[in-house]
Design a protein around this ligand. Structure first.
Ligand SMILES: [Zn+2]
Length: 332
């Protein structure tokens, strides 16, 4: 998803060879002319907020709470279609695309006589997708046999769930679908979807570990003066294995010394991902009593050895606690 899903303006040579900029969606059905003119207001300046007064769709919209409105903004057509699909799954209705083009989609409810309708297209002046027409009321009733939830749809929802609940069982997955999407799924389908989701999550996490070195060198490049260290365990016949990582950005260290109380709280918690591990952190409080992160580490287990490693690096970063008078608190 991204720039490659966004169309360019269509350029045509005019009579005097001046290019004429034509809206990609200019041939929109004229029966939908009640769309607001404000959608096509000119861009005033580069500094002008490109998201002025329309509601921008939030990817974190809660399950079953997708609610469209005219003027609503979407970054990509995929984002819009996923939201649309979620809504129809939740409502137990069936969707039909009347027009399904790259930059313009018109969909209605499949039930005959039901007026529900939505039209979303690319706004080439503002460079985003936008709901142009929306008739939100259904006159049809919930169709218990309709099922807009494909296995890949269920899998994508479970991938999201596994991020915070890595030990999700098929039974819990069934309940999640029932509670959050109003959806009754066959046990066989949920087991398969869960297996596929788990494989996807593991693959994603593996890829992230493989990028750790790139991430650290980018941190060093963009935040000079930062400490970002990864320890690995050498392997005989394969690439080295991740052991632990420590990060304290230059701004953390400077901010702590400049404006925080000399009291450092050490804390640790489990990480919920497939590979587990622990997150260790050293935080202080700023003048507004807000938490201020000084350093954090990801380690295999929260043992004395791991804390000693973090505190040694922290002392190198901040200076000796006897010299500067830092105090520590911890519930360990
Ligand atoms: Zn309907």
């Amino acid at each position: 998803m991204g720039e490659n899903e966004r169309p360019n303006k269509v350029l045509k040579a005019g009579a005097n060879d001046e290019p004429i900029v034509e809206e990609v969606d200019s041939d929109i059905d004229k029966s939908y002319q009640y769309e607001s003119e404000a959608f096509n207001s000119p861009i005033l300046s580069d500094e002008e907020d490109r998201r002025p007064k329309f509601h921008e769709f939030d990817d974190d919209t809660d399950n079953g709470e997708v609610n469209f409105e005219v003027g609503e903004i979407f970054d990509t057509m995929t984002q819009f279609k996923q939201a649309l699909n979620d809504m129809f799954v939740f409502e137990g209705k069936k969707l039909e695309y009347i027009k399904n083009e790259k930059y313009r989609v018109r969909a209605n409810c499949v039930e005959e006589g039901c007026p529900w309708l939505i039209l979303t297209s690319w706004n080439s002046q503002k460079m985003y997708f936008q709901v142009k027409t929306y008739v939100k009321e259904h006159t049809c009733s919930r169709n218990l046999t309709s099922n807009m939830a494909s296995r890949s749809w269920v899998t994508s929802k479970l991938v999201k769930r596994l991020v915070t609940q890595s030990q999700l069982s098929p039974k819990e997955a069934l309940e999640h679908m029932k509670d959050d999407y109003n959806l009754h799924i066959h046990y066989k389908m949920i087991s398969r979807a869960l297996k596929a989701a788990r494989e996807e999550v593991i693959e994603n996490e593996k890829e992230q570990f493989e990028k750790v070195r790139d991430y650290l060198s980018e941190l060093h490049r963009s935040n000079p003066g930062s400490t970002a260290i990864v320890d690995v365990i050498p392997q005989l016949e394969s690439p080295p294995m991740f052991d632990k990582i420590y990060i304290s950005l230059y701004a953390y260290k400077r901010g702590f010394k400049a404006g925080c109380r000399p009291l450092i709280k050490l804390d640790g918690c489990h990480l919920k991902g497939y590979f587990g591990g622990h997150l260790l952190s050293a935080v202080a409080q700023d003048a507004n009593n807000h938490f201020f992160v000084i350093a954090y580490a990801v380690v295999d287990s929260e043992c004395t050895e791991a804390w000693r490693w973090l505190l040694t690096l922290l002392q190198e970063d901040l200076g000796s606690c006897t010299e500067f008078g830092w105090n520590f608190i911890s519930d360990q």
